[in-house]
Design a protein around this ligand. Structure first.
Ligand code: GLN
Length: 283
C-alpha cells in the first residue's frame, strides 16, 4: 500500500473510533514510523510502504484508537520548543503550562543566580525549560514518583540543561525541607478526585492518576504549598502555580496571608491558568 492510502485508511478508522484529531494524529504516527517530517508525506504520497512499516503503523493506529495519547506512542512531546521524552509514567506536557514557564523566565531575567524549585515536576517540562532558557539560574526539581524523576533527569540531559532532581512527597515533607529558593513553581495534581474517571479517556485511562489527583476538591497541593513555601522562599521570592479551571480565586485567597502582589494570568483560551505572588516581607 502507498503512503497516501495508508493515511486515508487510518484517518477514517480513527474518526470512527471517536478521535477528534484523527488527521493530525495519523500524520504524526506515520511520520514517526517513517522517521520523516510532514512535508515528506505530501511529496511522497505515492511511495510504497514496506510491510514492516505498514504493520507498525497499523499497530500504532489501533492503540491510538483505544485512546492512548500520541505523545506516549511516539515517546516525545514538544514544550517551549524543546523536545521532551515522555512515557506512561508522567503527564504529557500541556501547552497551557507554557504560561507558567514564561512567568518563571520573566522572574529569572535580571536576577543574578536565582535558585528555582519545581515541585511535582513530572517530565521536568518546567524545570528543564527554565534551566534551558535561563541558564544563569540554579534549578531543582522534586517529585514523589521515581519514574518521573528518572524522566526529568533524562530530559535535562537530553537538552543539556542543568537540573538537580530529588524525591519528595510534597504533602508531607515540604515542611521539613531546609533549603531556600527565590522562585518556587508548581503544576501540581489539581483534578478533583471524583472527576478523574470522567475525564477524556486519553487522560483517564492512560495518564498517571498520581499526577492528576488533587484530593476531594482538587486543591490539596495548593493548601500545603501556600502554607509551607514562604518558609523556603528568600525575601522578595515568588511562588507561582498553574491552576485548573475555576480554581484561580481560591488559590489566590490561600496565598493572601503570606504573599502580596498576587496576580492571575489567563491562557490563550481565556481561562485563568497561572496564579503567582511575592512573599510578604517579614516584620
Ligand atoms: N491539565 C491537566 C488536565 O486537564 C491536569 C494537570 C494537573 O492536574 N496538574 O488533564
Amino acid at each position: 500500500m502507498v503512503i497516501g492510502d495508508c493515511l486515508v485508511e487510518a484517518v477514517s478508522y480513527l474518526r470512527e473510533a471517536g478521535d477528534d484529531t484523527a488527521f493530525l494524529d495519523a500524520r504524526a504516527l506515520i511520520c514517526h514510523v517513517l522517521d520523516c517530517d510532514m512535508l515528506y508525506l505530501t511529496v511522497h504520497r505515492d511511495e510504497l510502504m514496506d510491510d514492516k512499516a505498514a504493520q507498525l503503523f497499523r499497530d500504532l493506529i489501533n492503540r491510538r484508537g483505544t485512546g492512548e495519547p500520541v505523545a506516549q506512542l511516539v515517546r516525545h512531546k514538544e514544550f517551549m520548543s524543546i523536545d521532551f521524552y515522555v512515557d506512561e509514567r508522567v503527564l504529557v506536557p500541556r501547552p497551557d503550562t507554557e504560561h507558567l514557564a514564561e512567568y518563571a523566565l520573566e522572574f529569572c531575567q535580571g536576577r543574578k543566580a536565582p535558585r528555582v524549585l519545581d515541585l511535582c515536576t513530572g517530565s521536568g517540562a518546567l524545570a528543564v525549560s527554565i534551566a534551558h532558557y535561563a541558564p544563569h539560574s540554579r534549578v531543582f526539581a522534586a517529585d514523589i514518583s521515581d519514574g518521573a524523576l528518572e524522566i526529568c533527569a533524562k530530559n535535562a540531559k537530553k537538552n543539556s540543561a542543568e537540573v538537580t532532581v530529588f524525591r519528595m512527597d510534597v504533602l508531607t515533607e515540604l515542611a521539613t525541607h531546609d533549603q531556600t529558593y527565590d522562585l518556587i513553581v508548581s503544576n501540581p495534581p489539581y483534578i478533583e478526585h471524583d472527576v478523574i474517571a470522567s475525564l477524556d479517556k486519553d487522560v483517564a485511562m492512560f495518564e498517571p492518576h498520581l499526577a492528576l489527583d488533587g484530593g476531594e476538591d482538587g486543591l490539596d497541593f495548593y493548601r500545603v504549598l501556600a502554607k509551607e513555601c514562604p518558609l523556603l522562599l528568600s525575601d522578595g521570592g515568588s511562588l507561582a502555580f498553574e491552576v485548573g479551571i475555576g480554581q484561580a480565586d481560591s488559590v489566590a485567597e490561600m496565598m493572601r496571608e503570606s504573599f502580596c502582589d498576587i496576580e492571575i494570568r489567563k491562557d490563550y483560551a481565556g481561562i485563568e491558568r497561572v496564579v503567582y505572588g511575592i512573599k510578604k516581607a517579614s516584620d
